[in-house]
Design a protein around this ligand. Structure first.
Ligand code: UT7
Length: 323
């Protein structure tokens, strides 16, 4: 049985750090409110002329170096983003040409904050079906470009960044002890459009639009759906929460992250948290958190790692990986 085995990861954050106090000078908010309600202390913001593809490229180069591979070894790039450089072509093709990769295919997917988990699932399916052998899965965003900087209820929550992992198709025994992606679960519910969306687009308004969110409503769905999808993905493998080494959740709000960890019976030091430093970077948040915990030595080969995320759509999902 083919397994999609992780060979490396990488991440990149724009240089500029914006603190809560800096935002409090622009909108009616405070460091205390932001920290208490979300756990966020700061976020990175892309420079003028620095695009999603630039962040994605740097994260990808680092992931390839970590994997000990070259761009010519790749035959698939799946880039999850809701903030592409252009309406078309796919930002993934920008990364493809900048890396110098000429084999196979590169395309974008759009599942907002669940994008990275969707990307892992799609790449895993393609590797298992023989459509590719070595894949780069990227989550990259410049949400600063679609924020309404006069809306304190949303502009304090998000940041820019990128993360990537390299997956290689390898023969496994089909056991939970195998390294690689063990199971995925994906869901969406289009009825929830109005609680998190961007009020523009090429076909509707011919503008890019700005992010609109009813935070409290999204919060309620996040807690319920995360608990359900985590149980679903574990059930697929016969493993239980007690087998988990690490939870690497989408980084939207420390309170949601803590709630999910508690429900799984995990201790707080098994839950990777980067929302304090990165804020919510949408599709980039999970690979940014993964890279942090791999590079600081927490996540090790053979560890059981659970990824989960939810965002606009609503769209949500989870992936279980033996690192
Ligand atoms: O990544 C996609 C998934 N997104 C999420 O998971 C986000 C989920 N939602 C959340 O994380 C939280 O709902 C928020 C952090 C967005 C908001 O926290 P909350 O505890 O739900 O606060 P709230 O929206 O109910 O607002 C409470 C109060 C309101 O004032 P009143 O009506 O009680 O007087 C808001 O106007 O806080 C006010 N408020 C602020 N005050 C200071 C809202 N934003 C701010 C702000 N600074 N930035």
């Amino acid at each position: 049985m083919i397994r999609s085995v992780v060979h490396g990861c990488g991440a990149y954050l724009p240089q500029r750090v914006v603190t809560n106090d800096e935002l409090a000078r622009k909108v009616d908010t405070s460091d205390e409110w932001i920290r208490q309600r979300t756990g966020i202390r700061q976020r990175h913001i892309a420079a003028e002329g620095e695009f999603t593809s630039h962040l994605a490229l740097k994260a990808s180069e680092r992931a390839l170096a970590h994997a000990g591979l070259k761009a010519s070894d790749l035959d698939l790039i799946v880039l999850a983003t809701a903030t592409p450089d252009e309406t078309f072509p796919a930002t993934a093709t920008r990364v493809q040409s900048a890396l110098g990769m000429t084999n196979g295919a590169a395309f974008d997917i759009q599942a907002v904050c669940a994008g990275f988990v969707y990307g892992i699932s799609i790449a895993d399916s393609m590797l298992k079906n023989g459509l590719a052998s070595t894949a780069l899965v990227i989550g990259a965003e410049t949400f600063s470009r679609i924020l309404d900087w006069t809306d304190r209820a949303t502009c304090v929550l998000f940041g820019d960044g990128a993360g990537a992992v390299v997956l290689k198709a390898e023969e496994g025994k089909g056991l939970p002890a195998d390294r690689g992606v063990l199971a995925n679960a994906l869901h969406s519910d289009g009825r929830q459009h109005d609680i998190l969306y961007v009020d523009g687009g090429p076909s509707s308004t011919r503008t890019t639009g700005l992010l609109r969110m009813e935070g409290k409503e999204v919060f309620k769905h996040a807690v319920v759906n995360m608990t359900a999808v985590v149980a679903e993905v574990l059930e697929k493998t016969g493993l239980g929460p007690g087998d988990l080494d690490w939870l690497v959740p989408h980084q939207a709000n420390k309170r949601i992250i803590d709630g999910t960890g508690r429900k799984l019976g995990l201790s707080s030091d098994q839950v990777v948290v980067t929302v304090d430093k990165h804020a919510n970077t949408s599709a980039a948040s999970i690979p940014l958190a993964l890279d942090t915990a791999v590079k600081d030595g927490r996540i090790k080969k053979g560890n059981l790692v659970l990824l989960e995320g939810i965002g606009g759509g609503l769209a949500w999902g989870a992936s279980l990986i033996r690192w």
